[in-house]
Ligand binder design. Structure first.
Ligand code: P6P
Length: 336
């Protein structure tokens, strides 16, 4: 007799996924559970950030030239720690680290996967209690198993990802991840201390009424981007509107909202920063993988983000992501 499980935990869900595919080795499921564990530990620190002296700038600058908050370092070390001491990951890349870290021990060198992450995206919002998040991306290695991972493992195009996800530390804490089998969302149930399946088989609505962009950069955008923004502002009840502009300044929150309610998020290039601000490997590729698996689209304004061939770990890219029909309207402006 099958026991009726009310709500599956992340661990139960990943194990059920393994049972459905007996040929699976369980390494990817184990890696996802490791990430879930680190996320729970980071969540504890994020939730008490205002109480414990971990606020304020750590006084160091990260590779982006940004002041690093103590929580950034803590989050980086939590995710790196569980992956380094697990059995599923051969090395990592992180927004907080200048270069990749190859774990190079007997167990890690046999691991099939590498992982890249932004340990705490939106960290400038930590001190003002705005939602922040972690973003992660998983690839199968292209280097020889049994030997240390190599740089080539990390410079694969986003269409080679085997999994990608994010944690949003918000009004509730959620972990959302995608594999080739779809997108599923888990809400942290504090009563049992487990992520529990709350959003099975997530789909991005084909249309939405929210556009998300930093209007402070408006006069630096390309005219075609300005034209699309104007089109959004001109929407009314007769042409699919009215649209609402929402911009949290924390991409995890903005994209999470659009994934659930429909919408479009844009971080275009500007005259000052033609490549924009967002990082291809551990911010844009994972979200593009997730949103595409949910039925949406993501581009750099010219081509599918997942088809961009990376050349360096921290490279930036203009980024447009969201509901399929909204992205197609944007593309009609960018590539008429
Ligand atoms: P701006 C946060 O620093 C971040 O990387 C994303 O989470 C967010 O969408 C973006 O930068 C906000 O940047 O320049 O609009 O403040």
């Amino acid at each position: 007799m099958a026991i009726n499980r009310n709500i599956q935990t992340l661990d139960e869900f990943t194990i059920q996924q393994m049972r459905a595919f007996p040929q699976a080795t369980g390494e990817l499921s184990g890696l996802l559970r490791d990430i879930g564990l680190a996320a729970k530990r980071v969540n504890v620190e994020v939730n008490k950030a205002g109480l414990v002296d971990i606020l304020g700038d750590a006084g160091t600058m990260n590779v982006q030239g940004e002041e690093v908050k103590k929580l950034d370092i803590l989050a980086n070390n939590e995710f790196m720690g569980v992956l380094q001491h697990g059995i599923s990951c051969a090395g990592i890349g992180s927004e907080e680290l200048d270069d990749i870290v190859i774990f190079d021990d007997e167990v890690s060198n046999k691991s099939k996967y590498i992982c890249m992450f932004d340990p705490l995206d939106g960290s400038s919002n930590i001190d003002v209690n705005v939602s922040i998040g972690t973003i992660f991306s998983v690839y199968r290695r292209v280097s020889e198993l049994g030997k240390p991972a190599t740089k080539e493992d990390f410079l694969q195009p986003g269409n080679k990802q085997v999994a990608a996800g994010y944690i949003v530390y918000g009004s509730s804490t959620m972990m959302v991840y995608a594999t080739k089998r779809g997108v599923n969302g888990f809400t942290l149930d504090q009563s049992i201390g487990e992520f529990s399946l709350s959003h099975p088989d997530m789909k991005c609505p084909d249309a939405g009424k929210v556009y998300s962009v930093n209007h402070g950069n408006y006069f630096q955008y390309d005219q075609k981007v300005k034209d699309y923004i104007t089109a959004c502002q001109q929407k009314n009840s007769s042409n699919g509107g009215p649209y609402t502009q929402r911009y949290i300044g924390s991409m995890v929150s903005d994209v999470h909202r659009n994934l659930i309610k429909g919408g479009i998020f844009m971080y275009p290039g500007t005259t000052d920063r033609p490549k924009g601000k967002l990082r291809l490997l551990y911010e844009c590729n994972p979200f593009a993988f997730i949103v595409e698996k949910a039925g949406g689209k993501a581009t750099n304004g010219e081509i599918r983000i997942l088809d961009v061939q990376p050349t360096e770990l921290h490279q930036r890219t203009p980024f447009f992501i969201g509901s399929k029909s909204m992205m197609e309207e944007l593309e009609s402006h960018l590539n008429p």
